[in-house]
Design a protein around this ligand. Structure first.
Ligand code: PLP
Length: 498
């Protein structure tokens, strides 16, 4: 009897695995990629990709490759869309741009000019915000590893909010506030039953978050007014937020009834995904290990800012009815949702080679060192030249790093390419720039296109820049100018010979 039941269960399991395999296979067959229009891009008569009226191939010739191209219009549009989705429903909304997602001063400046607060997580980012002229009451300081120097700078300059990430930070902030004879607004980063935890925040369920508030109340210099969470990144599902918001709002009530602390700032973090990128699933990893491309990105599957806004605001209003004048300011800290789709990374084809089994491998002039997220996210690769050609070939796309892990795209369906062609990795606006490293190459230039103008936001690193901080005995001083120019020249000469 028992073995008969086991047999039935086994069969059911096998059937469900087959059904799932079939579903995944049919999704693979639909993998036609995402059209340029998803990024507001088009293709001109020369067959070149065009963004904001700029021929991207012409930009690559002018500025060299690898090259980041930022669309000012898209950056601003994505900021405005995110902000207005919430503000329309809940006017006491503020957006704190997450510096870490894309710390280019030229990008940050656009967002501050549009009204964003600064959300910083390190001494450097705090310094950068102040250097950019952000007034201290528009800066929020988060992060699990705040140094004493950073805390002192934050307190001395009177920044608007420090969200504590651990109990020891409470005493450290109080000490700095006492020394500066200031009162400091503080909040607690909480861990809910969903989202990131490990090294972050203080658990509601374990009582650690409540303990932090108890500790804050022992220090007259601290004004506990905030609750904060941050769940992760690239989240495409509203329900995860709703669960975390619900638990946090309930905790706000508990803090009030137990300790008499009124929460006036609810900081609901970032992590909102975009429709044209998604994190790798276990399936993608298995597929790529078997020489196949990852599954497609379903652009319809990601929740849009308006859906997040509706769900989150409804919930906040349940706990703080619109009529109540105690309703908190609700802050969001988006990074990816604003910067991701506004930037692409343009690379040039250096070589095409067939391997032992006849697979075509393309070597590009930028590697994982400047495209780290391709190791854990599914991105689109668009043709910049020949962009209207039929996509009837399949390639593995590699970088130039002389390292087996330098694979960008596995078995990617693409137009036929030749040496000198250009391609663009889309959605390079989130976590590409902060994750860059050299690995034997200078880092790329960044240009912003805006209203007919292309402006350099960051110069291409020169060879000299790469070794600038090294202490060494230079034997050929006269070679220095040559090496300073070399990074750019190299890219230009490749472009010209193409
Ligand atoms: C505290 C905090 N806020 C905001 C963000 C921004 O996240 P995203 O770029 O996914 O919106 C992060 C990123 O990890 C973060 O750690």
């Amino acid at each position: 009897m028992l073995s008969a039941t086991k047999g039935v269960v086994k069969k059911m399991l096998i059937r469900s695995v087959h059904a799932r395999n079939e579903r995944e296979r049919s999704r693979l067959q639909q993998n036609n990629g995402i059209a340029p229009a998803a990024w507001g891009a088009s293709v001109n008569a020369a067959g070149h990709l065009v963004i904001d009226g700029f021929d991207i191939a012409a930009l690559a010739t002018e500025f060299g490759t690898p090259l980041h191209v930022v669309s000012h219009a898209r950056l601003l549009a994505d900021y405005v869309r995110f902000e207005s989705s919430f503000k329309k429903l809940y006017p006491k909304t503020a957006i704190g741009y997450s510096y870490k997602t894309n710390p280019l001063p030229g990008v940050i400046k656009v967002l501050h000019d549009a009204g964003a607060l600064a959300e910083v997580i390190s001494h450097f980012e705090l310094w950068l915000a102040l250097e950019l002229g952000v007034s201290p009451e528009r800066i929020i300081f988060n992060g699990p590893g705040k140094t004493r120097d950073a805390i002192e700078l934050a307190v001395n300059r009177g920044i608007s909010m420090i969200n504590v990430d651990g109990l020891a930070e409470v005493d450290e902030i109080a000490r700095a506030a006492l020394a500066a004879r200031r009162t400091q607004n503080v909040g607690v980063r909480v861990i809910t039953s969903v989202g990131w935890s490990s090294q972050f925040g203080l658990s509601i369920a374990a009582g650690h978050a409540m303990e932090a508030f108890r500790r804050m109340r022992r220090h007259a210099q601290l004004l506990p007014v905030g609750l904060h969470f941050h769940l992760g990144t690239g989240i495409r599902d509203v329900s995860i937020y709703l669960q975390a918001v619900r638990e946090t709002l309930e905790f706000a009530q508990a803090v009030r009834s137990e300790l008499g602390v009124h929460i006036t700032q609810l900081d609901l973090g970032g992590g909102f995904g975009v429709s044209t990128v998604r994190p790798f699933t276990e399936w993608d990893t298995r597929l790529t290990l078997n020489g196949r491309p990852p599954g497609p990105v379903d652009v319809q599957a990601a929740a849009q800012p308006e859906e997040y806004a509706r769900g989150i605001v409804d919930l906040v209003l349940k706990y703080y009815p619109a009529s109540a004048n105690t309703s908190p300011i609700v802050i969001f800290e988006p990074g990816r949702a604003i910067t991701s789709s506004a930037q692409c990374l343009v690379l040039r084809v250096l070589a095409i080679k067939e391997d032992r089994s006849g697979v075509s491998n393309v070597i590009l002039d930028g590697g994982k060192n400047i495209a780290m997220p391709l190791g854990y996210e599914v991105h689109e690769l668009l043709a910049v030249t020949g962009a209207a050609d039929a996509r009837d070939c399949s390639y593995n796309f590699y970088g130039p790093l002389c390292h087996p892990g330098d694979l960008h795209f596995r078995s990617k369906v693409f137009r036929k390419v030749k040496e000198g062609d250009l391609v663009a990795i889309m959605d390079a606006g989130a976590y590409f720039i902060p994750n860059q490293m050299n690995f034997s190459h200078p880092r790329p230039a960044v240009v912003m296109v805006d209203d007919g103008r292309a402006t350099i936001l960051r110069q291409r690193e020169s060879f000299d820049d790469v070794v600038r901080l090294d202490q060494w005995e230079r034997t050929h001083r006269e070679a220095s100018h040559e090496s300073r120019e070399h990074g750019t020249k190299d890219a230009h000469s490749r472009a010209e010979s193409a």
